[in-house]
Design a binder for this molecule. Structure first.
Ligand code: PHE
Length: 452
């Protein structure tokens, strides 16, 4: 079964396991928490449309490039470039990605911690009888406290660390296979409830009826950045995961399935949230708290809401966990293979330093709110810099590396499993990675940063 992995190298055991783990990385807070709130902030459907275009013409080809690089080299994000391009500086792309993983995990762990608080609130029936105004006030007062969110963040990061320590195969792979489908079923139930609320039509047209006058250059950049973020691209996660994939898997089909699942789940989350936003008179652009404020409202309106609220926040935490694991795995795989230290040491060093960087992110919602760099608090700054600068630039270089450095023959050999699968998509794929994706990324980037 694992003839493709050197004996000391862990890997995924089955096709379903690969899908669950990669989808587990892709589907996370990005889909359920971030997508709705940045859609709200950027005026709705026009933003969604740009995001979908970015997914298809940029996200999918970059994902496939990462898979091909990782499985071809069978190394971590840095080592893969070193192996495929010996003596050349391409490996810096891997380092850039590892740095992005660090930064993302710092603030992602904070939000993941919030989901634990909300499980706690759900279990203790803390939403009962509250108005939407009170739910919003509760959320804001919770995140602005200094200690409680920090405590949850540390708990969440330790959980992530323990699982990563245990290795790739057993825990994650098995858990993801059960939990990911359950998450889909739950969102579906929430969709049905949301669609039967009085604000449903207004919510749906906000999400699906584009008004291009609301779209800004920064909005387009955010759509691109989010396409990278939600698919876990541009930082070597999928190079690392790709290196654990067996030689006989069909990488293109896997990439397609993961992309489709991720996109559908994000849209389903939007459908669960926006009708409720309008039904309960919440500001669609109210920001990071959107999911944490609207969904408790929905639960209060539904029979069995108590149970569903517990289930939902538990699954949200799990969706977040399968993503934080992948983020930490990039760091750990790189540290342990490149610095030749043990996995245990790599995990401890990684987890502790990420927790430390997470502290100012958490405090920036309260006591450090006025500490601003470039007009943003620490949380917003790290979020903006990682998603909108680091991931697209990493993705740009990965596309160029696959398209120009490796070139069609090497890529086709990897994607077709040495010629045993047909790869009729190759001409389109090459066009996308060599020209369209890099140019689109560069244009959106320069425009969004106000550089032209
Ligand atoms: N894709 C994950 C999500 O949407 C987050 C993530 C981003 C994970 C980048 C890994 C890398 O929640």
């Amino acid at each position: 079964m694992h003839q493709n992995h050197s004996p000391e190298r862990d890997g995924f055991a089955s096709r379903l396991g690969v899908l669950a783990a990669v989808a587990g990385s892709a589907v996370g807070l990005g889909n359920i928490w971030k997508f709705p709130y940045i859609t709200g902030k950027n005026g709705g459907a026009a933003f969604v449309l740009v995001y979908l275009v970015c997914i298809v013409i940029i996200g999918l080809p970059v994902m496939l490039s990462e898979f091909a690089i990782g499985r071809g080299a069978k190394r971590n994000a840095v080592g893969s470039f070193k192996k495929l391009a010996p003596g050349a500086p391409w490996y810096l792309t891997g380092l850039w990605g590892v740095a992005a993983a660090f930064i993302i995990l710092a603030y992602y762990g904070v939000v993941a911690g919030w989901t634990l608080e909300y499980i706690f609130s759900a279990v203790t029936n803390a939403f009962a009888g509250k108005t939407s105004v009170a739910l919003e006030a509760d959320f804001l007062s919770f995140i602005s406290q200094p200690f409680r969110p920090l405590l949850w963040q540390v708990v969440f990061m330790l959980l992530t660390g323990f699982i990563v320590l245990a290795g790739v195969k057993s825990g994650i792979e098995r858990a993801s296979k059960i939990l990911m489908p359950l998450l889909v079923v739950l969102i579906l139930v929430l969709d049905v409830r949301a669609l039967t609320l009085p604000g449903a039509m207004e919510g749906l047209s906000f999400l699906f009826k584009p008004d291009f006058s609301k779209l800004t250059a920064v909005g387009v950049l955010e759509a691109l950045g989010h396409a990278f973020f939600t698919l876990s691209l541009g930082m070597g996660i999928l190079i690392t995961y790709g290196s654990y994939i067996n030689k006989n898997e069909n990488l293109a089909f896997t990439a397609f399935q993961v992309t489709a699942a991720d996109t559908i789940i994000a849209l389903m989350a939007g459908v669960a949230i926006f009708p409720a936003v309008f039904a309960f008179n919440i500001e669609p652009s109210s920001g990071a708290g959107l999911a944490f404020i609207t969904l408790p409202n929905v639960f209060l309106q539904m029979p069995g809401g108590y149970v569903f609220s517990i289930l939902f926040f538990t699954l949200l935490a799990i969706a977040a966990l399968t993503s934080t694991i992948s983020l930490l795995e990039v760091v750990v795989a790189c540290f342990s293979e490149e610095l030749k230290i043990s996995r245990t040491r790599a995990t401890i060093v990684g987890t502790v330093s990420i927790i430390l960087l997470g502290i100012p992110c958490s405090l920036s919602q309260g006591v450090m709110a006025d500490f601003k760099i470039f007009g943003k608090n620490v949380f917003d700054l790290l979020e903006f810099a990682s998603s909108n600068i680091m991931l697209p630039s990493g993705g740009l270089i990965i596309a160029l590396f696959a398209g120009w450095y490796l070139g069609r023959n090497k890529i086709e050999k990897e994607l077709s499993n040495d010629g045993s699968l047909s790869a009729g998509y190759m001409p389109t794929f090459m066009l996308l990675v060599k020209f369209i994706a890099p140019i689109a990324i560069a244009v959106v980037f320069l425009h969004g940063m106000g550089l032209f």
